[in-house]
Write a protein that binds this ligand. Structure first.
Ligand SMILES: [Zn+2]
Length: 324
């Protein structure tokens, strides 16, 4: 009989839990509102996990282990969330043991973006045995990522490897929340892409753009609106989108220089633009990339959507023995 695992993805708004087969297939899933404070959040994580087990017509004893994907910073080895920007009041919370004890199952804790990367690597875009070196870039409110090198998830000595969103792409750029200047996520996240459009509209009040009607109606602009208006031919929206894609391509070139992986997948809100993102990034990648030899790295879209964290956390619980 196939073994089954639980993956729990702790987000700022929702907690998603799923029962996942040993080949990465999602059998059942449940979602609850996150709540606030460690006690309530842990309670709801357990509630979501139990709900997913029930929905899969299973019992907790059918589950081998539980993987938890959480925002960081955290210690995966100690199973502790050190603090969290999205979860106020969290300080050194032993999340792995709290959840593991309540469900009476072995539990494992990993950063959410790294979990998503492992999910895409094992069951999504990178689920091909010829792919052993893989990078995921998630483009949401911020930019996150994960790296798998020769089949192993790279954590770094303090769990802060693959903070790709804080790769510096503009040395004299704006100051990021992390304290550095010119981080990638200031130029290529979904929220910043929208903000840059608003900035261009504000500094050139006479410049025509269909995006102006959104501001006039009191709406804010996010990457989704930028894409929509760029596709309709709006020049300013195209300029904004092209700039975000250029910075992403720059990150892709640097990723290829560091690791020479077989694949880099793009995920998150901005990846909803599909080929409109992919083709523009590939165009700039070809332009910016070195000419010494052909780069093998394929740039693709991720395939698991919002389930990547749950599937990846479950896969990390399955593979815990050789992923430590
Ligand atoms: Zn930063």
């Amino acid at each position: 009989m196939e073994k089954k695992f639980i993956g729990i993805d702790l987000g700022g708004t929702n907690i998603k839990a799923g029962v996942v087969s040993d080949v990465g297939k999602l059998i059942a899933k449940a979602s609850v509102a996150t709540g606030s404070g460690p006690d309530q959040v842990v309670e709801r994580m357990i509630q979501a996990a139990r709900q997913a087990v029930r929905d899969g017509n299973l019992e907790m004893r059918d589950i081998e282990a539980v993987g938890i994907a959480s925002p960081g910073p955290l210690s995966s080895a100690d199973g502790i969330v050190l603090r969290s920007a999205n979860l106020p009041g969290w300080h050194n919370v032993p999340l792995r043991d709290l959840v593991g004890k309540a469900l009476n199952r072995p539990a494992f804790l990993e950063n959410d973006a790294k979990s998503a990367a492992y999910g895409e690597f094992t069951a999504g875009a990178g689920a091909d045995e010829t792919i052993t070196n893989f990078i995921l870039l998630t483009l949401g409110t911020g930019v996150g990522g994960g790296i798998i090198y020769h089949g192993r998830l790279i954590r770094g000595v303090s769990d802060s490897a693959a903070e790709i969103g804080h790769m510096i792409v503009e040395p004299d750029g704006d100051v990021c929340g992390c304290g550095q200047r010119g981080c990638l996520e200031l130029y290529a996240s979904a929220s910043r892409t929208g903000k840059y459009a608003q900035h261009l509209l504000a500094i050139a009040p006479s410049r025509a753009s269909s995006l102006r009607s959104l501001l006039a109606a009191g709406s804010t602009i996010d990457a989704r609106e930028v894409v929509e208006h760029a596709k309709m031919g709006d020049e300013l929206a195209n300029e904004v989108w092209d700039r975000a894609c250029r910075f992403l391509a720059l990150a892709c070139v640097n990723a290829a220089r560091w690791l020479d992986p077989q694949m880099l997948a793009l995920a998150g809100g901005m990846a909803a633009a599909g080929d409109f993102l992919l083709n523009r990034v590939k165009h700039h990648f070809a332009r910016l990339n070195w000419k010494m030899s052909e780069t093998q790295m394929q740039i693709v879209l991720a395939t698991l959507g919002n389930d990547a964290g749950v599937i990846g956390a479950a896969a990390l619980a399955r593979d815990a023995e050789h992923q430590r």
